[in-house]
Design a protein around this ligand. Sequence first.
Ligand SMILES: Nc1ncnc2c1ncn2[C@@H]1O[C@H](COP(=O)(O)OP(=O)(O)OP(=O)(O)O)[C@@H](O)[C@H]1O
Ligand SMILES: [Mg+2]
Length: 228
Amino acid sequence: MIELTNVNKVYRQGNQQYHVLKDISLKVTAGEFLAIVGPSGSGKSTLINIIGFLDNHFEGHYQFNKQEIGRLNQRQFASLRNQKVGFVFQNFKLITNLNVGENIALPLLYAGKRRDEINERIEAALDKVGLTGFSSKMPKNMSGGQQQRVAIARAIVANPNFLIADEPTGALDSHNSADIMQLFTDLNRELGTTIIMVTHDDHLAQMCDRIVKITDGRISSDKGMRSC
Ligand SMILES: Nc1ncnc2c1ncn2[C@@H]1O[C@H](COP(=O)(O)OP(=O)(O)OP(=O)(O)O)[C@@H](O)[C@H]1O
Ligand SMILES: [Mg+2]
């Protein structure tokens, strides 16, 4: 599904250049649950921003389902992002003045879905994350773990091909982290959701099928099953 070949990323600031990703070649097959680990500043977020179609300023090749990303215009690139990937971030990024259902509806509204279908899909997504009946709650009245479940429901509601999660448990205590990790594992095992997760937590990384380590912008190790 995902195939990066010799991807390089250079940030330019004034006269300075920062070569942040160096000759990254990586294949991810549908159904994988992959952890990306590595020291702070090693390039993990930069890499998943490229994989998740947030950034198309890089050198090298990215083929998604055999399609070369570099050939797409901005409109095609944006529609790929809207249709193919769901995002989960450390700080949830829920919209605080919208209720749970309205937050989850956002990707469907962008996709132009009808109201009755939207309502059905919100309920189904809430069921999948274990928050049945929470649609009219406000995020601020929920725990961090529950808010992250809402963010995961929003990420999966439009049936993306894969999920990207950047430190999804970084703001949670160990109990809530374990619950969120269990939810990801269930989504992967039971629904076949492809998940690419950045984590600092070795214990959580061990629960994934495959661990890719980034050191100073390069893949320094890649261990585990390639698909399940
Ligand atoms: N917009 C930018 N402009 C210039 N340099 C950047 C930019 N974004 C990131 N960098 C640099 O690129 C390098 C990699 O950053 P990145 O955010 O990918 O690291 P990371 O592995 O995700 O780190 P962390 O674990 O702390 O989140 C760092 O040295 C960072 O300072
Ligand atoms: Mg990061």
